[in-house]
Design a protein around this ligand. Structure first.
Ligand code: MG
Length: 301
């Protein structure tokens, strides 16, 4: 019943928005209880001001769209190690430390550089092959976990994505994770029609991963963006550093592994994007507009 009601609301929304031809089907993963229309109405009247919309809204994937690191990637790495008969298991605590290295292949390499490589990988070539094979296997296992619905979307993501679609704010995802993994997660958890409205920049598409700004620079160049008008949502110090190095604004939504990190460079820090229907305490486009206004005000003073 809820799904049908929401589809009806979206059909109305879609009739108003150019280029939004068909209603977005509600993913069965979505547990939201409030329509995007209500969020839009709340945001557009917040503070009695006409909001400044971001030129684009860019999400990090892991930790922002879903809390994937602890409950998705980590178990998938461990399963891959087991399948390859490697005596290696990353605990929740150890994986938290390993996350200081961006990228799965780089993470495995850094770990074994520190504790010693498995016997099957003595030469540089063997190590390179092992890491690539494990990464492929781990990615397949992770994708299966996503498809199986083992990793839910974080609170408020769907609400904010739908608000951006309705207000025609271009959307993107910039991630150090594998492109297929990111695409799969967005498609499975948000649906094909939302995926089609998001540009995805992921994996090895750039040489230098976060905290380097390359992935955000690529999004900027590809989408023709003024970085000062873009808002990025990240969950980690690494991601925040990358976004800021690209000259973009950054709101941090903390995730399970990142709560104690240094977010002093962030434009705003929040525990989560907020429950649907609680617009006064949720992150909306009005929240992001306020960040843009503050930046413009600081630049002119
Ligand atoms: Mg992240």
């Amino acid at each position: 019943m809820l799904g049908l009601a929401l589809a009806g609301v979206l059909a109305i929304i879609c009739g108003k928005a150019d280029g939004f031809a068909s209603p977005i089907k509600m993913s069965h993963r979505w547990s939201g209880s409030t329509s995007p229309l209500e969020a839009v109405e709340s945001s557009s009247t917040a503070g009695g001001q006409t909001e400044d919309l971001p030129q684009a809204l860019i999400f990090d994937c892991d930790g922002v769209l879903a809390d994937t690191e602890r409950d998705g990637h980590r178990p998938a790495f461990n399963s891959a190690f087991k399948i390859k008969n490697l005596d290696c298991e990353w605990s929740v605590e150890l994986y938290g430390k390993l996350l200081s290295v961006g990228g799965g292949k780089e993470r495995m390499t850094a770990h074994w550089d520190e504790v010693g490589w498995p016997d099957c990988a003595k030469t540089a070539d063997e190590r390179s092959v092992l890491v690539k094979e494990l990464h492929l296997l781990k990615t397949a296992l992770f994708n299966q976990a996503v498809v199986d619905g083992e990793i839910p979307l974080r609170t408020g993501v769907i609400r904010l994505v739908d608000e951006a679609i309705y207000r025609k704010v271009p959307l993107a995802v910039c991630s150090t994770s594998n492109d297929k993994a990111v695409t799969n997660l967005v498609k499975t958890l948000m649906g094909k029609e939302r995926l089609e409205r998001m540009q995805i920049f992921a994996g090895d598409i750039v040489e230098k991963k976060k905290p380097n700004p390359d992935i955000y620079d690529l999004a900027k160049d590809t989408m023709g963006l003024d970085p000062a008008r873009v808002v990025v949502i990240e969950d980690s110090h690494i991601g925040l550093t990358a976004a800021k190095a690209a000259g973009m604004n950054c709101l941090v939504t903390k995730s399970s592994y990142t709560g104690d990190e240094d977010f002093s460079a962030a434009d705003q820090v929040t525990e989560e994007l907020g429950e649907d229907g609680e617009a006064s305490t949720s992150v909306t486009l009005a929240t992001l507009g306020a960040i843009l206004r503050e930046r413009a005000s600081a630049a002119s003073s």
